[in-house]
Design a protein around this ligand. Structure first.
Ligand code: AMP
Ligand code: ZN
Ligand code: ZN
Length: 404
């Protein structure tokens, strides 16, 4: 009896040795895919067969609630850090850093590549800390040496790279020898956001674009089928999109007149920040408040708690936010229907994105209610077997779909 026990033990030990040989050979893989600006209802609204098939094979959330503000850079970085933008520091697509008196901008390569702006521990870095490789076919934050390192494989952002070539590269990575093969991979597509801005979420042109996104997903699924590895695929988006009539403008010129010359203002169509000398905060706030019409102005410390935004100095002294469907514009334009995002994700459901997942560590046929995007990170770390650094996300929010 005793002997049998020992041999069973050695059998298990041997088996475990083969499964997890220290090189991470057969540990699970996670492919995190973002379709920028893919609204939560597009799959049903436009009846997309590959998305439906993907969901059937796995699980879904009713929607993925972006963090505030519902913009591309803060939310992509939230997805890979599990932190709200107010806590990871990339508080908007463009903002001022008062501690250093410098401006971050998505098109300014020197700021995009500067690790100074990026807090938290992104998944590529955490993967490295756990002794495994990571790769990124584009993602916000992947082009800066955060905590001293880049992903093992990454590219400088270039939206012209054909979408299917990005998928071919993911396949190449997954075919590398096991010691080289990345266990965490991010993959990004911008087409749905771009078209959503041009013609709005209800247009024929947007419909054609999401159908194109559906074929991209079809190609990704076909490609992954050729790979015999335990790959979990998590499909997300950073936010949704809402129709904007370009005539629904908020007079940005009238507001600018009330900003003193001593201030720094970072302007955007949907969210703007004003950085003031302390003795000018209250009077400037009162003057802008008097103009409030289809937008709201907040003082630092008085923004809604749910936004987790009050503590960060990068938000400035005043935050101006357009109401849904409105935009700050310096002058009248010709009438057009376009699409925008950036609004309050908690009160504007059009801002909600997608969360669909399948693979060996995802249960089949489960549906989560709407979840905040900070909870994606702890699902990824659970699958990869990593301890979480301090984060805002909670595994309990996604536990229902996780399979050991
Ligand atoms: P927005 O709609 O302004 O919030 O931003 C969407 C745009 O961000 C996309 O159309 C991309 O061109 C751009 N973008 C996405 N990821 C990156 C990146 N890693 N580096 C530079 N630009 C990016
Ligand atoms: Zn976006
Ligand atoms: Zn956008």
């Amino acid at each position: 009896m005793k002997l049998r026990k020992i041999s069973l033990f050695s059998f298990i030990a041997f088996f475990t040795f083969i499964q997890f040989d220290g090189l991470g050979q057969d540990k699970p893989y996670v492919l995190l895919v973002s379709f920028d600006g893919f609204r939560h209802d597009y799959v049903e609204k436009y009846n997309l067969p590959n998305f439906k098939k993907f969901i059937q094979q796995g699980s879904a959330a009713k929607s993925l609630v972006p963090s505030f503000p519902s913009k591309t850079f803060p939310n992509h970085y939230t997805l890979v850090t599990g932190l709200y933008p107010g806590n990871h520091g990339l508080i908007a697509n463009t903002f001022f850093a008062p501690e250093r008196k410098t401006t971050y901008g998505t098109r300014d390569r020197s700021s995009v590549e500067d690790p100074y702006y990026y807090g938290g521990t992104p998944l590529w870095q955490l993967t490295r800390e756990n002794g495994l490789k990571s790769a990124s076919y584009f993602w916000v934050g992947s082009e800066a040496p955060i905590k001293g390192h880049f992903p093992d494989f990454y590219y400088i952002y270039d939206g012209r790279v054909p979408n299917n070539s990005r998928i071919d590269q993911v396949k190449t990575w997954l075919e590398l020898p096991s010691e080289e093969r990345p266990h965490f991979i991010s993959l990004y597509f911008s087409l749905v956001d771009t078209q959503g801005h041009r013609t709005g979420p209800n247009s024929k042109e947007l419909q054609n674009t999401v159908i194109e996104a559906d074929s991209i997903l079809g190609y990704l699924m076909e490609t992954l089928d050729q790979i015999d590895l335990p790959v979990n695929t998590i499909l997300v988006s950073d936010h949704g999109m809402i129709n904007v009539n370009t005539l629904d403008v908020i007079d940005a010129k009238a507001i600018a007149k009330e900003i003193p010359g001593s201030a720094t203002m970072i302007k955007d169509k949907i969210i703007s920040f004003v950085y003031l000398p302390q003795n000018e905060v209250e009077s400037t706030y009162q003057r802008i408040k008097a103009l409030e019409n289809n937008f709201r102005v907040f003082k630092k410390g008085e923004l809604p708690k749910k936004w987790h935004y009050n503590e960060n100095d990068r938000i400035g002294d005043l935050v101006l936010l357009a109401n849904p469907g409105y935009a700050f514009r310096p002058e009248k334009v010709k009438e057009e229907i376009t699409g925008e995002h950036g609004y309050d994700p908690y009160t504007t459901t059009e801002m909600h994105g997608i969360f669909y997942a399948n693979g060996p560590n995802i249960k089949k046929g489960k549906e989560l209610k709407s979840i905040e995007n900070v909870h994606v990170f702890p699902l990824v770390t659970k699958i990869l077997g990593f301890e979480n650094p301090p984060i805002d996300g909670k595994f309990s929010k996604v536990k229902k779909i996780y399979k050991k």
